[in-house]
Design a protein around this ligand. Structure first.
Ligand code: SF4
Ligand code: SF4
Length: 104
C-alpha cells in the first residue's frame, strides 16, 4: 500500500508550482512563496510560487515547507490546495516515487 509517511517525493518536484490566488495557504503561509510577475501582464499580475530549499535528493530541491529531515510536511493541515488534492498512489505520485527511489 502506498503511504506518504517517510516519502515526500512529490515535494521535490514543486519548483514550478504556483499557488492559486484564492488559496487560504496564502493567508497563513505567504512567507513560503515568492512572487513572479507575469511578463504578459500590464496590470501587475503574476504568480505566488512555492519556495524551494536545497536538498540532497534526486532533484536537489525540496519545498521549503518540508521538515529538516526532508520527509514530512510542516504545514500539513494548511498546505496548498494542490497538495491536498494530489492523488496518493496516482500516476504522478508513482512517477515521483520512482524518480526519487522511494520503494512502494
Ligand atoms: S509522492 Fe505520493 S506517496 Fe509520496 S508523499 Fe507524495 S503523494 Fe505521498
Ligand atoms: S506544502 Fe507540504 S505537501 Fe505541499 S509540497 Fe510543500 S512540503 Fe509538500
Amino acid at each position: 500500500m502506498i503511504d506518504c509517511e517517510g516519502c515526500g517525493a512529490c515535494c521535490r518536484y514543486t519548483s514550478e508550482m504556483a499557488v492559486h490566488p484564492d488559496d487560504a495557504f496564502l493567508d497563513n503561509h505567504r512567507d513560503l512563496t515568492y512572487w513572479v510577475a507575469d511578463p504578459n501582464s500590464r496590470a501587475g499580475k503574476g504568480y505566488h510560487m512555492l519556495k524551494q530549499a536545497p536538498d540532497d535528493g534526486a532533484t536537489g530541491w525540496v519545498c521549503s515547507a518540508q521538515s529538516d529531515d526532508g520527509w514530512s510536511c510542516t504545514v500539513n493541515d494548511t498546505k496548498p490546495r494542490k497538495c491536498q488534492t494530489f492523488e496518493v498512489g496516482g500516476a504522478q505520485c508513482l512517477e515521483f516515487r520512482e524518480w526519487q527511489g522511494v520503494g512502494s
